[in-house]
Design a protein around this ligand. Sequence first.
Ligand code: BGC
Length: 494
Amino acid sequence: MALTEEVNRVAALFEYGPEDLNKGVKEYIRQMNEGLEKQGTMLSQIPTYVTNVPNGTEKGTYLAVDLGGTNFRVCSIVLHGNHTFSLQQSKVAVPRTLMEAKKATDLFSFLAKQIEAFLKEHHSEHFEAHQQKGLGSKEFFDLGFTFSFPVNQIGINKGKLMRWTKGFDIDEAIGQDVCGLLQVEIDALNLPVRVAALVNDTVGTLMARSYTSPGTTKTLIGAIFGTGTNGAYVEKLDKVTKMKDIAAAEGEASYDRSTGLMVINSEWGSFDNALNVLPNTPYDVDLDKESVNPGIQMFEKRVSGMFLGEILRRALLALYQNDEEVALFKDTSSADNDTSSTTTVANDSALYKQWGIDTSFLSIVEEDHSDHLRITKQTLELQLGVSAPSTEDCVAVKTLVHAIGKRAARLSAVALAGVVIGTDKLKESDEPVDIGVDGSLVEYYPGFEDYIREAFREIEGIGADEKRIRIGLAKDGSGLGAALIALVAANKAA
Ligand code: BGC
């Protein structure tokens, strides 16, 4: 079979048409409401005890730390109270060994040491004063802890880890209060720091976007499309009927009920783990089977940056290995007859290694409009050890990249549209509906937002109103957002 024909067949497996979209949104809204009613559902719909979003007038100095993937960030943030802020930060890579450490303290003591180093460098007076004479607790820094994994939150600075995602795997930490784990290590180093708030990165993004976005419209959704994917949104408190069950099981938490709102961390990475509506190609099936968490984060595994490269790798490898006649990455030029060909892939190619292809590879290929796909050619040579790929090879790779990336964007639209429609936001007023986003995919994947918008127009309940949906990048918003939540938490405690 000709290469083009076979590639088009595989690419078609990733098509996610208007009918699929609309079915997806309906199911999303169903699972979203189910998650508000009871515990233990696929969409976790976790109440965050954050009951309002900022309006840009907030002021003060706060610390924030961020653990959510490959890096750990520590920052201090000064809120100026006029939609602006200044920020100092440091960033370190989290050593792979700590992501899969035996004991939770291994990871958390590492985090506390980074906070200590940051204080020594940027707030040395404060740090020394506390080491020498011990500051009163009023002079402690309030810290917002952005911890971007599914946590069953039971208060503004308390929450038990439900499961790890994105390649982290420390069994001992599951079920433990992650704020407590961090505070113990901070205290062991005698730092003047109080963990005031537990923040998912999506909630931080929502807060940050709401603080910085122009005008008075408050933001509805904060979403991450990066290594992982997830969204948080503002829900009406009385729709969160499971609050009473949580209070019965964990004790009544104190939070401000006067706004009638509750920010919900959806954990949409686990939308439709049962695969009622999610597409499922053979490559999705194998990727899941060989992951550290089979059967969960099924939506994330089709959407987010950690997985798109791996889906592509599996599709390419299948094309390359499975069918002798399909001449992907095979040099047929010197063959005397059409049955002999030489393979051109290096033995140690990343094509053979799980997680061998990074999502940035897809961004480069999707963006390539050069003559004969010269850039794709170079990237295949450099990153995948394919020697002298043909233009036909490059076209094949690009076709698959496009199919996988576009499916991810259209699935992203399902979750976003589910929240927009499920909250009735477009009907409530004529105001724009504001969404803050962050993450490598929305930032760097060419056309990601355009594909989302195209899908919005195909969704019943949005259609032409797609224009009223405003999507804004809240770059690295989770640090600012964590500071804003620490502020609310600290004010309340005072
Ligand atoms: C986590 C979420 C997080 C998202 C984006 C997911 O894997 O479960 O808590 O918000 O990644 O970082």
